[in-house]
Design a protein around this ligand. Structure first.
Ligand code: 5GP
Length: 199
């Protein structure tokens, strides 16, 4: 039996906030397992199936819904995204912390989840870009997306940013290192929470 069950570290924020980098680094350092989502969007250059995402067809995604395989799923920027239960529940039961990078709709589903194991495991954080100008320049600088995609992401980002008060924690992005220090500290602190150790 593990000494405590795992923490579900849920991270949201607009694209360009740096959240994926934070989540990946935490996983690369072995502090948490990254929950690889399913998506119907095409892979970007350099993205690997099974690592960045499980890239599925619309039919395959619909089949997963029918099988009740998802903890949550949502349509984001016109594509379907979903978190497989298999990426989360067993790891939590084994005392492994799981980090997930999902949008505000998915976060709402997870927050409203009735499963007590998910509810007690959940720590949710919203990563805010430092300013609208900085967000615009980060989205433009990525250069992997077409201008109309960037425009759509900017519009969605501004709408998404209104949701930060629904989260337990907010990280206002600063430098890469300072962001990561705060990001990791939250997980380390949550591990010491007495209710996690005695429940
Ligand atoms: P991208 O296509 O840039 O990788 O991700 C677009 C958005 O989808 C991001 O806000 C990301 O957090 C969100 N996302 C990624 N995986 C999931 C998921 O499994 N569920 C939900 N609801 N959103 C996701």
């Amino acid at each position: 039996m593990p000494s405590r069950s795992g923490i579900l570290y849920l991270v949201s924020g607009p694209s360009g906030s740096g959240k994926t980098t934070l989540c990946r680094r935490l996983a690369d350092e072995g502090e948490a397992r990254y929950s690889t989502s399913c998506t119907t969007r095409p892979a970007r250059p350099g993205e690997k199936d099974g690592y960045d995402y499980h890239f599925l067809s619309q039919d395959e995604f619909a089949e997963k819904i029918r099988q009740s395989a998802f903890l949550e799923y949502a349509t984001v920027h016109g594509n379907s995204y979903g978190t497989l239960l298999s990426e989360v529940t067993e790891h939590l039961a084994n005392g492994v912390d799981v980090v997930m990078d999902i949008d505000v709709q998915g976060a709402k589903h997870v927050r409203n989840c009735t499963d007590p194991r998910i509810r007690t495991a959940l720590v949710d954080l919203f990563v805010m870009p430092p300013s609208e100008e900085e967000l615009r320049s980060r989205l433009t600088g990525r250069q992997t997306d077409a201008p109309e995609v960037i425009a759509l992401r900017m519009k969605n980002a501004l709408a998404e940013m209104e949701h930060w008060p629904s989260y337990q924690f907010r990280l206002l992005s600063d430098s890469r290192e300072y962001d990561y220090a705060r990001f990791k500290s939250l997980l380390l602190a949550e591990r010491m929470r007495v209710s996690r150790l005695i429940s």
